[in-house]
Design a protein around this ligand. Structure first.
Ligand SMILES: Nc1ncnc2c1ncn2[C@@H]1O[C@H](COP(=O)(O)OP(=O)(O)OP(=O)(O)O)[C@@H](O)[C@H]1O
Ligand SMILES: [Mg+2]
Length: 204
């Protein structure tokens, strides 16, 4: 099998200000998701994910690897297997992101919110500052467990209220009997864009 370094090297992006296009990748890689700083690929026939960072974000590869080394060895987080200049290798997590759950109408129960709280508490107890906790960074596994799959910003010093805001939305809206459990993707993207621009606020 090719080395992780070779696989990461095979990934070529073309970037504009708001858009990233995948130009090339090795056949052993299966694209599984895009973020603001990287694309994630499953290495075929393995249980590993290769996260390849865009050139201007490649320093985050080292940062995220350091965070994985600081986190406790707990099923709430994937394990780290390797790191390179612009990539990390972590466990592949099978399941639905919370964003997918809302899009597909898969119910999110209160105990899952408590599990996320517990995972973030463990990270805090390790001296980290869990940040950038949004719906695409949390996976509900097929067997009903929570995994936090993107810890890249857990060392930022700025206070992040995203998780408190999401919890508030869960308690004040989602939990209510008549609140729809399936939400169209374009509505969620619209809410996320308005939240990002601070046009809507949930918490204090
Ligand atoms: N270990 C994993 N197992 C399964 N899917 C994953 C895994 N890591 C990433 N993904 C998928 O790839 C997407 C992008 O990965 P990730 O969130 O790590 O990138 P990012 O650029 O750091 O994101 P952000 O925009 O939150 O900063 C995730 O939302 C998820 O759908
Ligand atoms: Mg992410």
């Amino acid at each position: 099998m090719k080395s992780y370094k070779e696989l990461a090297k095979s990934v070529k992006f073309s970037r504009t200000r708001n858009w990233t296009k995948l130009l090339e990748k090795d056949n052993d890689l299966e694209f599984i998701g895009a973020g603001r700083s990287a694309f994630a690929f499953r290495i075929k026939e393995t249980t590993f994910v290769l996260k390849v960072f865009f050139p201007e974000f490649k320093r985050i590869a080292q940062e995220e690897a350091d965070i994985y080394k600081t986190l406790p060895n707990h099923p709430y987080f994937p394990s780290l297997y390797d790191k390179g200049e612009n990539y990390i290798v972590i466990d592949y997590v099978e399941g639905f992101t919370l964003f997918d759950c809302l899009a597909k109408g898969i119910a999110i129960k209160e105990d899952k919110i408590n599990q996320i709280d517990e995972a973030l508490k463990l990270a805090r107890e390790s001296g980290l500052n869990p940040s950038d906790i949004h719906l695409r960074n949390i996976i509900l596994t097929y067997d009903g467990h929570i995994k936090i799959i993107d810890v890249a910003r857990f060392k930022q010093t700025k206070k992040c209220t995203q998780w408190d805001d999401l919890k508030l939305a869960f308690n004040k809206l989602y939990k209510k009997k008549y609140f729809p459990k399936k939400i169209p993707v374009f509505i969620m993207n619209m809410i996320a864009a308005l939240y990002k621009r601070k046009i809507i606020r949930l918490g204090s």
